[in-house]
Design a protein around this ligand. Structure first.
Ligand code: C5P
Length: 243
């Protein structure tokens, strides 16, 4: 048996070389970090749940025509994805004020925003993923104008779809983060949705009680993070039984 080649280990995932050229295996860990990895911990079973939730969400998104890196889930903690050249930008979509925008702009958590807001951060752990303007992206050539148009329109479509999908299970999609990657076809390239979509990178509030069903439980030491992730998976119909 040969050992797989590890390509990268991140805070919540490990990437291995895939079985065919141009493929990668994404392994979902239980490790949780917050505040740029200053706070570290474990959420038991998180990797298994995020693998399932992300598979579900990416599959639904592909059905509405969003191109994604997802190929198939391999097992409890791994999925096969297309290898992409990651665009070094984190795309944050916000519907309701929460988290860093509250501190930055003095907003009250839970205030609905006048309209959906897209923010961009430069993906660099050492710098703490700083907020950037589109001018920075153009200036430093992190993505072309055409790519940014595709990214923004995909982000809005993903948001519209996910808001409805979560509303149907009584969850408000407050905000979330997306990452995109470039794939090449001869002389041409295009951007597709990459990384994962799970309660690690989304704020999800129960519409009735306002209860947080996402990583803020870990960030803020609220407890019950395992149950919260399970509850999201359960409402999406991804758990075998209801107990
Ligand atoms: O921290 P902030 O309020 O800017 O986060 C906005 C949204 O983006 C949250 O849902 C958070 O989980 C997600 N996010 C992320 N990874 C980051 C930064 C933010 O998943 N590095």
């Amino acid at each position: 048996m040969t050992r797989r080649r590890q390509i990268y280990e991140g805070k919540a995932k490990i990437l291995y070389e895939g079985p065919e050229p141009g493929t990668i295996i994404q392994y979902f860990k239980d490790d949780a970090t917050a505040f740029n990895a200053q706070k570290r911990g474990t959420i038991n079973g998180k990797g298994v749940i995020n693998n399932r939730i992300s598979e579900y969400v990416f599959t639904r998104l592909s059905h509405i025509g969003i191109p994604t890196h997802f190929i198939r889930r391999l097992n409890m903690r791994e999925q096969l994805v297309r290898q992409v050249e990651i665009v070094p930008i984190e795309v944050v979509v916000r519907n309701v004020a929460a988290g860093s925008i509250c501190t930055r702009l003095g907003l009250e958590e839970g205030e609905p925003l006048p309209h959906t807001l897209i923010e961009y951060c430069y993906k660099d752990d050492a710098l703490g993923d700083p907020l950037i303007a589109e001018e920075h992206i153009a200036c430093f050539g992190w993505a072309s104008n055409e790519e940014m148009q595709d990214i923004a329109s995909m982000a809005i479509r993903v948001n519209d779809f996910l808001c409805g999908m979560f509303a149907a299970i009584n969850i408000r999609l407050v905000d979330f983060k997306l990452e995109f990657g470039r794939i090449y076809d001869g002389d041409f390239s295009r951007v597709i949705l990459a990384d994962e979509i799970s309660p690690d990178g989304c704020r999800l509030w129960d519409m009735t009680s306002g209860e947080k069903l996402d990583k803020d439980r870990f960030r803020r030491d609220l407890g019950g993070e395992e149950e919260a992730y399970q509850e999201v998976a359960r409402r999406l119909g991804l758990l075998q039984n209801d107990d």
